[in-house]
Design a binder for this molecule. Structure first.
Ligand code: E4P
Length: 217
């Protein structure tokens, strides 16, 4: 499963990219607003740091506007995936941009049939929002499982990019359900490393090693 960072904070992205385990980045208008940065500048910086798909969301809501914004965003870097909302105009623009060779990440997906439409529209990625469904007392993970089944039934190549992830458990269940990618807030990414038995085991090994009086180098 590919691991993306869900952030527009170049400091966080740089630090995590240094792990060598980051496969891409997703941004959205809220994350850009939170960064306080100019959209195009921060996108160019992210593309220079992470060599993988970088999602940049259009904000127009009509077909012509999405097409124009998508084309402009795609010119920033070859790794840009234009993010478009799951609306009739969004999917129409998805078809057009995909036919031009621009990867599209269809966002704000909350149902399996929406995901089916996005795949038919040639989306490179579909972003089901797990956490927001869970927040509303629905089962976000069931959405991932159903999309996986539908895509496998018909051989759709659209990649399931699990989004709105809130916890390590979400990441684990997405991997088990066969999501192709997951986009993680930086704090969740950092938590993936953690287990109390790892810390306790390491401490005990180092203590015992010290008692031998040896050194490897
Ligand atoms: C996905 O691409 C979105 O940027 C993001 O995952 C939304 O997450 P949220 O529900 O935590 O805002």
């Amino acid at each position: 499963m590919l691991l993306f960072i869900d952030s527009a904070d170049i400091g966080d992205i740089r630090a995590l990219a240094d792990t060598g385990l980051v496969d891409g980045v997703t941004t959205n208008p809220s994350l850009v607003a939170k960064s306080g940065r100019k959209f195009e500048e921060v996108l160019a910086e992210i593309c220079a740091v992470v060599d993988g798909p970088i999602s940049a969301e259009a904000v127009a809501t009509d077909y012509d506007g999405m097409l124009a914004e998508g084309r402009k965003l795609a010119k920033i870097h070859e790794n840009i995936a234009v993010k478009l909302p799951l609306t009739p105009d969004g999917l129409k623009a998805c078809l057009a941009l995909s036919e031009e060779g621009t990867p599209v990440n269809v966002t704000l997906c909350f149902s399996p049939v929406q995901a089916l439409l996005a795949a038919k529209a040639g989306a490179t990625f579909i972003s089901p929002f797990i956490g927001r469904l869970d927040d509303g007392a629905q089962d976000g993970m069931e959405l991932i499982r159903e999309i996986r089944t539908i895509y496998d039934n018909y051989g759709f190549e659209t990649q399931i990019l699990a989004a709105s992830i809130r916890s390590v458990t979400h990441v684990r269940l997405c991997a088990i359900a066969g999501a192709d990618c997951a986009t993680l807030p930086p704090a969740v990414f950092k938590s993936l490393y953690k287990h109390p038995l790892t810390d306790a085991g390491l401490e005990a090994f180092l203590k015992d090693w010290k008692s031998t009086g040896q050194s490897i180098l």
